[in-house]
Write a protein that binds this ligand. Structure first.
Ligand code: HPA
Length: 270
């Protein structure tokens, strides 16, 4: 059987897979209960990012366990769903966006698998997998939605929403959408050479662009959008090519310093 595709469910996104439920142990702790099933004839794993019943806030999600657990199950591709606020006023609640870049404003999260040797610096010149972004963008297009291209996501620490001044700053640095769960998830996936792309739904206009924000509104908008998102994800899963030709699969090759050549004479430096 081909390697499974994983779907990470964010706020308001319910499980679209029926199948076997299991929890995976990792060096970082257990994953939340996952569902292993099928979609479009392919093996698919659904993982609820915030745990069962949405009990884990964004800054406390065990991102390392979630990504490591998926790797352990043989996953090579991850489609993440994220609820986001719109900073770019061309976007409105209900819109769907496939971001192409991200700015990480988080502060308290475990953001790497490489805490010691080998010292590892992964390249994130293209943080999202180009192949997965491509299939998600065309699936979004064929569902009748126009995609705003080149949208940068800001990932804030949360769990509070932003102030209007913070949103003005994020706009100034080029961010079009804002959420709390994009990082370090995308970077951890790259560190394990997994393809990762995000499909975001706009649940609200960001702070200062509408009167006030409510968590219920985000949840409700997720529920309204779930059916459309599910259709787009199903089409994307069907269209994912079998072979990986993107750079994600070889991310570590250029990320680690090569070991110093052992000098002749016992390695003593003259
Ligand atoms: N800000 C941060 N995270 C969010 C928002 C927002 O406006 N909407 C949904 N998640």
């Amino acid at each position: 059987m081909k390697p499974p595709v994983a779907i990470i469910g964010g706020s308001g996104i319910s499980n679209i897979i029926k199948g076997q439920r299991l929890t995976v142990g990792t060096p970082y702790g257990p994953t939340p209960p996952l569902t292993v099933g099928e979609l479009e004839g392919k093996k698919v794993i659904f993982i609820p990012r915030h745990g069962e019943n949405h009990s884990v806030p964004p800054h406390k999600v065990n991102y390392r366990a979630n990504i490591h657990g998926l790797k352990k199950l043989g996953v090579e591709r991850i489609i993440a769903t994220n609820a986001v606020g719109a900073i770019d006023q061309r976007l409105t609640p209900g819109d769907i966006v496939i971001p192409n870049d991200l700015v990480d404003f988080t502060r308290s999260r475990h953001n790497t698998f490489y805490e010691g040797p080998p010292v590892t610096h992964i390249d994130v010149s293209e943080p999202y997998c180009p192949t997965l972004r491509g299939v998600l963008t065309s699936a979004n297009g064929s569902s009748g939605h126009e995609s705003v291209e080149q949208v940068v996501m800001a990932c804030t620490e949360g769990p509070r929403y932003e102030t209007p001044a913070e949103i003005r700053m994020l706009r100034t640095v080029g961010c079009g959408i804002v959420g709390m769960t994009g990082a370090p998830e995308v970077f951890l996936a790259r560190e394990l050479e997994l393809c990762y792309a995000s499909i975001c739904f706009i649940s609200n206009m960001a702070a200062g662009l509408q009167n006030s924000l409510s968590a219920q509104e985000v949840e409700d908008r997720g529920r309204d959008t779930t059916r459309i998102l599910n259709d787009i994800i199903a089409e994307a899963v069907r269209e994912i090519p079998d072979r990986r030709t993107c750079p994600c699969a070889k991310a570590l090759a250029s990320a680690q310093l090569s070991k110093p050549e052992r000098a002749r004479g016992g390695g003593k430096i003259a």
